[in-house]
Design a protein around this ligand. Structure first.
Ligand SMILES: [Ca+2]
Ligand SMILES: [Ca+2]
Length: 226
């Protein structure tokens, strides 16, 4: 009896799968959301010192017949500058244009593919390299201008923005240097906790929800560093 039940369950599953596959394109579109994002999403670390470079990937996940993708990637121009990029799926590229407006912190990319690209799951579209100018933090915001399939229809999508920071957690005022100002900032909030009038989350350098002598000691221990 148990075996028969399993057979019935399997048949029901297959039937359900066929029903899903046979559903209209509109219904299928609701099953997979197309995402446009950067990977890794967060680039955080004091090791990204000025004059070094890092590369992030522009990724599209779950897409059917991607033909044209046009977008802006914005960043704080005082912290990062564009260095270069490489477009993936090289054999499929029909045309590609780009522009780096480094003074405004915008990288523009427009790529069209010969045949529509279809993939379930993530696929790299381009790798973009940045040069680190100074210490700080910046959002890496994606603004899609156009995303179109092979039939000329706009593809509905969601974007996920990225983030870069090479600040030390002990740099409480986030000015790129650990000095007396950071010690003073943490000392001012000493004894505070979330909701307290002198609470400052940036002064809770070990992020344990209270600003105490340990935070002061940690900042003092990294005094003079970047
Ligand atoms: Ca500082
Ligand atoms: Ca703390």
């Amino acid at each position: 009896m148990k075996g028969e039940n399993n057979v019935i369950k399997i048949v029901a599953l297959i039937f359900a799968s066929i029903t899903i596959l046979a559903a209209s394109p509109l219904t299928r579109a609701t099953f997979f959301t197309t995402y446009v994002y950067l990977a890794p999403q967060n680039i955080i670390g004091t090791e990204y010192v000025p004059c070094t470079e890092f590369t992030i990937s522009l990724v599209v996940e779950n897409v059917s017949e991607l033909k044209v993708l046009s977008l802006n990637l914005s960043y704080a121009p005082r912290i990062l500058s564009y260095r270069g990029h490489v477009i993936a799926h090289a054999e499929q590229i029909n045309s590609a244009q780009f522009a780096a407006f480094d003074e405004n912190g915008v990288f523009f990319l427009n790529v069209s593919f010969r045949n529509g690209l279809t993939f379930v799951g993530p696929s790299q579209i381009a790798n973009i390299t940045f040069h680190v100018l100074k210490r700080g933090e910046t959002a890496l915001n994606l603004t899609v201008i156009q995303i179109m399939d092979a039939s000329g229809n706009s593809i509905s999508y969601e974007t996920i923005n990225g983030y870069f920071s090479n600040l030390s957690p002990y740099d409480a005022n986030k000015d790129g240097r650990i000095d007396i100002e950071d010690v003073a900032l943490v000392a001012y909030s000493l004894g505070s906790y979330p909701g307290h009038p002198r609470w400052n989350p940036d002064a809770d350098v070990n992020q344990d929800g209270v600003i105490d002598i340990i935070d002061v000691t940690l900042v003092a221990a990294h005094f003079g560093q970047y």
